[in-house]
Design a protein around this ligand. Structure first.
Ligand code: SF4
Ligand code: SF4
Length: 629
């Protein structure tokens, strides 16, 4: 972030976007952490204090975007960054603010899509949502473009008074490549509130909609039809035209290079909404076949097919892509898929990888030792789930656990305790509904498990709903004092801001009290007996109970230990006391990866290379066979 103009830096696509925003003179940046977007704000936070730049981790993406809108309204350059799921959270505000405009400042939204859902629960595509919201959508293909496009995005937003979305995907966000730094422009603007510019859509919002469409049409004509961000490489009359965007452009280029096809053209579109229709139509007339190569949805494919209806029937080319089955309709795409599609259309024979290699890859899952998806050794979520699991067992198996998004989502693999996992906060809303079904004959107790960051993000309305509508749902907050899954960003319960400043804590128990929870228990999940008893009592209670399992993430504990050069406590199994096969509670039921099975002694053993020294297995073992060394 602090490199000089002209330096070449090898960094992530997210580093490039952050630097690009910095060079563009962003004043206000807000975000909620979410892979693969988190590094953008993290980077900006490192230079904020020395650069007259305000950054914040907001409680959720909707608030981040609204806070950024306020800064733009006051004439500043503002951005909000998030993963795709965050865009879902703010759509209502986005569409409204697109109508009202946002004042004279620049307002840029960076959205990171995650094809293949590497770090997400769904795949999705921000491009059609941007189009639907009537905002501008840009997509860079390279790291250099990712940096450079940010200045253009701010300029465009200010010139036309429109929200500009910059879309990226995981392979850009999280790959490293060189990019050349430019000169940061720090604009000393004073925030001013324009009392003559209220932002509302009343009366007659539909007229604003019309104005917005006219603005988009002007951007299309004045900016995008001849935009240098779009490019065409290939012959003037290609036998096949590949239309692509983002990193898919690089795959398409490499595929064409590998196949050494001189007669294939590639049209890369970076200005995705509004589309440069005339330019695209002109290209369509030059070919008889078009292959769409894009991630995730057939956005360009559907738009361009619809556009082609303006051509005479004789000049409409044949279209191939996701809709024709030449490209998979889901998952990530790559060079091999481009090669496969092109060779099938051109009747060429080319195997991107040897058959022998493919058969080895096919057998690989049986060769590689299997790893289960589970919590780290020493993670406080394991004993929390173990307590819930044991309490439900004690309650004769009665107890439905709804879940949420975060590292505690691994509860779906923990004896199948967690029954659902959808969007942030959804587990509480679903619990609220399940807790009202007794009049229809479903009176099983319901437990909603949420994390501490999620608690602030999206759970509060559903928690209010539980109290307001007197739903019999228990809420368990697994408070590990961090947004651990995305890289330990602070949240309102940690007492720190994005720039590391000390701030007021918003204690979870006080929020629950304010909402109206009468019974709030705070337990240490490492205290297994107390934890099981507390959950069991809640399962038997007629009230809406709240339990906070409070214990910091094991990775934080380990980091502190390393800093203070404290050794990790060691534990061992006394094989004379261990009941072996007849028990297996530590390794199978409690399921700590460090509680392994010793095939020679047929007894449990603690693998000290994995053990994090939490000591919980000492209490879990019913035969006092585990003790400290
Ligand atoms: S819980 Fe105790 S007795 Fe049971 S297998 Fe583990 S060490 Fe042995
Ligand atoms: S002390 Fe026991 S429960 Fe904790 S990490 Fe080590 S083996 Fe696992």
């Amino acid at each position: 972030m602090t490199g000089k103009a002209g330096d070449v830096f090898i960094g992530l696509g997210n580093d490039a976007i952050a630097r690009g925003a910095f060079e563009a003179g962003v004043h206000f940046a807000a975000a909620y952490p979410g892979t693969p977007s988190s590094e953008i704000l993290g980077n900006l936070a490192t230079v904020a204090k020395d650069s007259d730049l305000y950054v914040e981790w907001s409680v959720n993406e909707k608030v981040a975007f609204e806070a950024a809108t306020a800064a733009a309204w006051a004439g500043l350059r503002a951005m909000a960054s998030m993963k795709l799921n965050g865009l879902f959270v703010l759509l209502d505000s986005l569409i409204n603010i697109a109508y009202t405009g946002h004042g004279s400042g620049g307002l840029v939204l960076v959205v990171a899509d995650d094809p293949f859902a590497h770090s997400s629960t769904t795949e999705g595509d921000a491009r059609p949502l941007g189009y639907y919201s009537d905002i501008v959508v840009l997509e860079p293909s390279t790291h250099q473009e990712a940096k450079d496009i940010m200045s253009y995005a701010f300029d465009l937003s200010e010139k036309f008074g429109i929200i500009v979305m910059v879309r990226e995907t995981t392979r850009l966000a999280h790959s490293r490549a060189p990019f050349k730094l430019g000169k940061p422009i720090r604009q000393n603007r004073t925030a001013k509130f324009d009392y003559n510019l209220p932002l509302h859509n009343l009366p007659r919002p539909h007229l604003r909609h019309g104005t917005l469409h006219a603005k988009l049409e002007k951007i299309r004509k004045d900016e995008f039809e001849k935009s240098p961000w779009n490019r065409y490489d290939g012959p003037s009359k290609p036998s096949l035209l590949i239309i692509t965007s983002g990193v898919a452009w690089k795959y398409a280029r490499e595929a064409v290079d590998i196949l050494q096809l001189q007669d294939v053209g590639i049209l890369r579109i970076a200005t995705l909404a509004p589309l440069p229709k005339s330019m695209i139509l002109k290209r369509l007339k030059t070919t008889t076949g078009v292959l769409f190569f894009e991630e995730v949805d057939p956005y360009l494919e559907e738009q361009v097919r619809s556009l082609a209806s303006e051509l005479s029937s004789k000049t409409i080319p044949r279209f191939f892509g996701k809709l024709s089955g030449h490209i998979p309709s889901y998952g990530e795409i790559d060079i091999n898929l481009a090669i496969k599609a092109i060779t099938s259309l051109r009747n060429l024979k080319y195997s991107p990888v040897q058959e022998e290699y493919l058969s080895i890859v096919k057998d690989a899952p049986d060769i590689v030792p299997r790893r289960i998806l589970t919590f780290c050794p020493g993670c406080p979520h394991r004993p929390a789930y173990y307590s819930i699991y044991r309490a439900i067992k004690r309650n004769k198996g009665k107890g439905i656990v709804t879940g949420d998004i975060g590292c505690y989502s691994l509860g779906v693999f923990y004896h199948g305790v967690m029954r659902n996992q959808h969007s942030m906060g959804a587990g509480v809303g679903i619990a609220s509904g399940l807790g009202k079904l007794d009049q229809f004959g479903l009176d099983d107790p319901v437990i909603s498990v949420i994390g501490d960051s999620t608690f602030y993000h999206a759970c509060l309305p559903a928690l209010v709903n539980i109290i307001y509508n007197q739903s019999k749902a228990i809420v368990c907050v697994l408070d590990n004092n961090a947004t651990a899954m995305t890289g330990f960003q602070p949240h309102p319960g940690t007492g720190f801001t994005a720039t590391g400043d000390v701030t007021s804590k918003v204690p979870i128990e006080r929020v629950l009290q304010g909402i109206g929870y009468q019974s709030i228990s705070v337990v240490d999940p490492f205290n297994i007996k107390e934890s099981i008893d507390t959950v069991f009592k809640a399962l038997r209670s007629a009230d809406s109970e709240a339990i906070i399992f409070r214990r910091e993430c094991a990775l934080i504990t380990n980091r502190q230990r390393r800093q203070q050069q404290e050794p990790i406590p060691l534990f061992t199994v006394d094989i004379d006391k261990c009941f072996g096969e007849q028990c297996k509670i530590c390794s199978v039921e409690f399921n700590c990866p460090a509680c392994v099975w010793d095939n020679e002694s047929n007894k449990a053993r603690i693998d000290i290379t994995l053990c994090n020294g939490c000591g919980v297995c000492v209490d879990v073992c019913p035969h006092n066979a585990i003790h400290a060394l």
